[in-house]
Ligand binder design. Structure first.
Ligand code: DLL
Length: 435
């Protein structure tokens, strides 16, 4: 059984990888400088030209790119190839008006799916496997990415998308799925549902799961492994840099190997932007050195983690990232959807409510819950319960339109939400997401 999808790359010596990264970086910087006025402006402002970038040792000279830049350049401002060369867009889940939109050429899709194929082979996947993909399909990258990787490996691919758990289970049992791809919370939910339906872990044919898109703990890993009778592996990625497969876990289950032939990783101090020495905890920054349509130079992910170059027992030499340990912004991931509190606040204000609200997030039976208490203004007070319920339903619908998930909304009396003397506490997240 093949242990690697691309042994030459996955086990490349450090020296050769540095050389490859340097060559690709030099080419990429030139490409974006010449083709993307937005980048040219950023680089000119920092006084850097492509001639200053001779290899990865010069990476730190380049300016950072943030989500704010992506929003400002929306929709086409960071495109580095003519539209006629682009074949696909993907987008972040649930953001307001200006979503993050990433573009792909056919070659970008190939490289992305190749990264996902590496992840599948790393968990023991071969063309004998039946791979059930229950990440969402559509604009979200989870479904399309793993679907493409699964095709490359030659697995029989079940493009289930998310939801409809009974149908998921029926296909899983009838077709004998061996690999499950979904969010860890959905995997836990499937495990629980199987139990409720009277199945034992050994009744299914699953052997491995590839779970990511949201934070999860080692405790949760053990729970999923037990309830499904499998090995559970982590996978990381973000829409901006292609989607899942930026990093993937191997049999060692001690962090995720970053596909360094496509992405250069740095760890910076989120406050100062200073590059931190290897082994330090800080914000992960990626430079995509192979993407043609939407290459990002020094993109700040806001994910906090640690990189490690310790020798891995799987034989791969690709640097490993720890599980993300938090974020350097206020983004939450609720039922797999990226949610900023400001999105909820905008809806409340648009609907005529005061900015006095409290967002409570919890996880009950492995499903994230989102409860929003909102103060009514004096003129919104009503004597009838029916009236209040109607207003609550309207707010639920408005928030669902923006986020794509259903919250519970509770309208409360004026002045009933505690006022803060310092920074307002608007979010209480009771989930245990990090070890
Ligand atoms: O979540 C891509 C993906 C799909 C990854 C399927 C893995 C599996 P976005 O919706 O753009 O893309 O969200 C990206 O999700 O910056 C992290 O904060 C978080 N995230 C992704 N993977 C993990 C993980 C997809 N394994 C954001 N552990 C990232 C913790 C993760 N957080």
């Amino acid at each position: 059984m093949a242990r690697y999808w691309n042994e030459e790359i996955e086990c490349m010596s450090r020296e050769d990888m540095k050389k490859l990264q340097s060559e690709r970086l030099v080419k990429q910087v030139k490409h974006v400088y010449e083709n993307v006025p937005y980048y040219k402006k950023l680089m000119d402002e920092k006084g850097v030209t492509p001639d200053d970038i001779k290899g990865i040792e010069d990476l730190h000279k380049l300016p950072f790119l943030t989500k704010a830049d992506l929003r400002e350049a929306y929709p086409y401002g960071l495109l580095a190839k003519p539209l006629s060369d682009c074949v696909r867009i993907q987008s972040t889940s649930g953001t307001t008006g200006k979503r993050v939109v990433a573009f792909y050429t056919q070659n970008d899709i190939e490289l992305w799916e190749d990264c996902c194929a590496r992840a599948i082979v790393a968990v023991g996947g071969t063309n004998e496997d039946v791979c059930q993909v229950c990440y969402g399909y559509g604009l979200f990258t989870g479904g399309p990415g793993l679907n493409g990787g699964s095709h490359k490996v030659g697995c029989l691919t079940l493009p289930m998308s998310s939801g409809n758990t009974e149908r998921q289970i029926q296909f899983m049992m009838d077709l004998g799925s061996t690999i499950l791809c979904c969010t860890p919370s959905y995997a836990a939910y499937i495990g629980e549902t199987l139990k409720e339906m009277g199945y034992k872990p050994e009744d299914n044919k699953l052997k491995a799961g590839i779970f990511g898109a949201e934070p999860w703990t080692e405790e949760m890993r053990r729970e999923i492994e037990k309830s499904l009778g499998i090995k559970a592996y982590d996978i990381y990625g973000l829409t901006e840099t292609s989607g899942p497969g930026v990093a993937f876990e191997c049999e060692a289950q001690t962090g995720m190997h970053i596909n360094e032939d496509n992405f250069i990783a740095e760890i910076i101090d989120p406050e100062t932007g200073e590059v931190l020495p290897e082994g330090s905890k800080g914000e992960l920054v990626f430079t995509s050195i192979t993407k043609e349509a939407f290459p990002l130079l020094r993109y700040r992910t806001r994910d906090i983690c640690v990189l490690s170059r310790e020798k891995c027992s799987c034989g791969r030499t690709l640097v490993k990232m720890s599980k993300p340990m938090g974020r350097s912004d206020d983004m939450m991931i609720i039922r797999g959807v990226n949610v900023f509190p400001s999105q909820i606040e905008t809806v409340l204000i648009e609907q005529g409510y005061s900015p006095n609200y409290l967002i409570e997030v919890d996880r009950v039976a492995n499903v994230d819950t989102l409860d929003i208490s909102v103060e009514m203004n004096a003129d919104q007070l009503s004597d009838t319960v029916k009236d209040i319920q109607k207003k609550e339903s309207e707010l639920v619908a408005a928030i669902k339109t923006i986020l794509g998930i259903n919250p519970k909304v509770h309208l409360v009396s004026p002045k009933s939400i505690a006022r803060s003397e310092g920074k307002a506490v608007r979010v209480v997240d009771k989930r245990k997401l990090h070890d």
